[in-house]
Design a protein around this ligand. Structure first.
Ligand code: HEM
Length: 215
């Protein structure tokens, strides 16, 4: 039987492709969008990580979610530096969540409160993605908008305290495989992971509408 980490990866494979090839992501990776679109996207990330990381303290002692709460993953401080660079010192004043972002962040916060294993599904979907495809996005952003390599504007994608991302991902998959969940609970976690992908895709769709190429 496949390990749980393999199950999660294969179950979300199709939706991963969908997210990757969404109009907004394709345009971003294709260097066809202005820095304003990138800044707006980075603002949305702030709301997502605020939800993921605000609940983290309390979850650190949870038997299921606890092992996943690792300070070297925390993205909020890096996002705040990026936003200061992108929007200026008063970046907080203009910060707004798209409706799709609010829905996503609310779901993450709800899982953090009532269902730690569901929180893990969201944790996996974001952080393992950031450690993987995030590096492709960083490279594109540096080239397209001229940010300093791994510097202000793209710090979100730089995990300063993770020296070997491949090894980290292996360890992360071992944690997933060690989750004490019966088959039904595993299926619920897989479903939540798919939901997490769908919530991400909805944010991309909304961003695509806000930044159509013809504009
Ligand atoms: C254009 C955007 C994206 C690109 C180019 C991309 C690319 C990649 C690549 C190359 C991997 C494989 C890494 C490996 O095998 O170690 C990966 C894994 C992953 N990506 Fe993405 N990705 C993108 C968007 C996303 C999005 C939007 C999400 C979800 C929010 C996501 C979530 C994940 C996850 C969870 C994994 C880990 C799969 C696993 O090994 O279990 N990715 N991505």
């Amino acid at each position: 039987m496949d390990s749980f980490s393999t199950l999660l990866r294969t179950a979300s494979h199709e939706q991963h492709m969908e997210a990757e090839t969404s109009t907004f992501m394709s345009d971003l990776l294709g260097g066809r969008l202005g820095v304003e679109a990138y800044a707006r996207y980075t603002e949305q990330l702030w709301f997502m990580y605020e939800a993921l990381e605000t609940g983290a303290d309390r979850l650190a002692s949870d038997p299921v979610a606890g092992p996943f709460v690792r300070p070297e993953l925390f993205r909020l401080p890096a996002l705040e530096r990026d936003l200061e660079h992108l929007r200026g010192a008063d970046w907080r004043a203009g910060l707004t969540a798209l409706r799709a972002t609010r829905t996503y962040a609310d779901r993450v916060a709800e899982c953090a409160r009532v269902w730690p294993a569901g929180y893990v599904a969201h944790h996996y979907t974001r952080y393992l993605g950031d450690l993987s495809g995030g590096q492709i996005i960083r490279d594109r952003a540096e080239r397209t908008w001229g940010f300093a390599k791994k510097g202000d504007g793209v710090r979100f994608y730089v995990f300063e305290d993770i020296g070997n991302p491949a090894a980290f991902k292996r360890g992360y998959r071992e944690l997933l495989d060690a989750i004490d969940a019966d088959e039904l609970e595993q299926q619920r976690i897989v479903a939540e992971c798919k939901k997490a992908f769908a919530l991400n895709t909805a944010v991309f769709r909304a961003l695509g509408e806000e930044f159509p190429l013809s504009a």
